[in-house]
Design a protein around this ligand. Structure first.
Ligand code: SAM
Ligand code: SF4
Length: 350
């Protein structure tokens, strides 16, 4: 076990509340307060990572279905008024959305405590300073291999050097602490666990090892391909002893560990093998304006439809509340009968 604090609860947890409050924090039937919003600004991407999108044939949303900046800012503002404190901009690849710095400036002006972004890094170096000036606080950069050939094989497009350069540019622009997302795939990059741990130690960047989830568009996911967080922990800990940092009440999905000698930090995102559903505080807005309460649930509430039908901010607030209220107690991946969601990761917003 990497941590005693992750709570995997079944979909049928009993003690649910019955009445949805219309004031106060955004809460679900099980009392989980939702104050973290993942905002997907596009389903498009300039890469085709093997665990996310097919090389060819991905169908993207027609432009008319994608929320405008005005619509995104309006929903973010309503979420802010409902107690959401942090926003992460994502996609698809958020930096391929034109004028993204303008959007980030408008979101930052809403007064969130934290505005962050997850990116593949390909376009980041050129935008880092403008993003920071617009009010972005920090970035997570995805990078699944430190070997150039393998990096390009896993991400199918793009080059490692560009992404490493982007990390440096982001740090120079003050977008820190910089986190590096690594999706581990058995037999493809799990021999680089120690290299990434060393990278974290040498650079001070927080490397987060993510379990492969059943969210690839091609439907190829299979449990044997994921590398469990506890294995990553054991392999690193054997070489460089680790100390747990996580606060049991911290809803962040990563179990955080510092190296016992004080040189750096890693995170383990063990969504499949050690679900953190019991403390989940997240809601999501897809690029086409659906509020989703879980990556793995197909239940969606369209705020785009509400807005385009002339709905008020009160109507939007109610729609967001209903979306959160309907959240199941757990994602159910490890239960018999689990069905993977219809939309894949890049269509939902990771
Ligand atoms: N395009 C950006 C990027 O790659 O960082 C942001 C969006 S991407 C969907 C967000 C994160 O989800 C990335 O760190 C990516 O590696 C991760 N991801 C994508 N598909 C995944 C999967 N099937 N399982 C686990 N993580 C996945
Ligand atoms: Fe694009 Fe990110 Fe998906 Fe890779 S993980 S294909 S970079 S959206």
């Amino acid at each position: 076990m990497t941590s005693a604090v992750r709570i995997g609860i079944s979909r049928s947890r009993p003690e649910a509340r019955s009445e949805m409050p219309l004031v106060g924090p955004l809460v679900d039937r099980y009392g989980r307060v939702h104050d973290d919003l993942r905002l997907s600004v596009t389903d498009r991407c300039n890469l085709r990572c093997v665990y996310c999108m097919p090389t060819e044939g991905m169908t993207f949303l027609p432009r008319a279905e994608v929320l405008s900046f005005e619509e995104i800012v309006r929903v973010a503002g309503v979420a802010r008024s409902l107690g959401v404190r942090s926003v992460r901009i994502t996609g698809g690849e958020p930096l391929v959305r034109r004028n993204i710095c303008d959007l980030i400036g408008r979101i930052a002006a809403l007064g969130f405590g934290d505005v962050a972004l997850t990116t593949n890094g390909i376009l980041l170096a050129a935008l880092a300073e403008d993003l920071a000036s617009a009010g972005l606080r920090r970035v997570n950069v995805s990078c699944d291999s430190l070997r150039p050939g393998r990096f390009s094989a896993i991400r199918r497009r793009g080059e490692l050097d560009v992404v490493l350069g982007a990390m440096a540019a982001a740090e120079a622009a003050g977008l820190t602490p910089l986190k590096v997302n690594v999706v581990l795939l058995r037999g493809q990059n799990d021999d680089e666990i120690a290299d990434f741990a060393d990278f974290a130690r040498q650079t001070g960047r927080v490397v987060r090892f993510i379990e492969y989830m059943p969210l690839d568009a091609e439907g190829h996911w299979d449990r044997d391909q994921l590398v469990p967080g506890h294995e990553v922990f054991e392999r690193i800990n054997a070489r460089w002893p680790l100390q747990a940092m996580a606060d049991p009440s911290d809803p962040a999905p990563a179990d955080r560990f510092r190296f016992a000698d004080g040189q750096g930090e890693i995170g383990l995102i063990s969504t499949v093998t050690e679900p953190f559903c019991g403390t989940c505080n997240r809601l999501r807005l897809t690029a086409d304006g659906a509020i989703r309460n879980c990556l793995f649930s197909d239940a969606e509430h369209s705020v785009r439809d509400v807005m385009r039908a002339g709905g008020t901010d009160e109507d939007l607030a109610r729609t967001i509340r209903e979306a959160v209220w309907g959240k199941l107690p757990g994602h159910g991946i490890n239960e018999p009968g689990f069905l993977r969601p219809v939309r894949s990761m890049s269509m939902i917003g990771g």
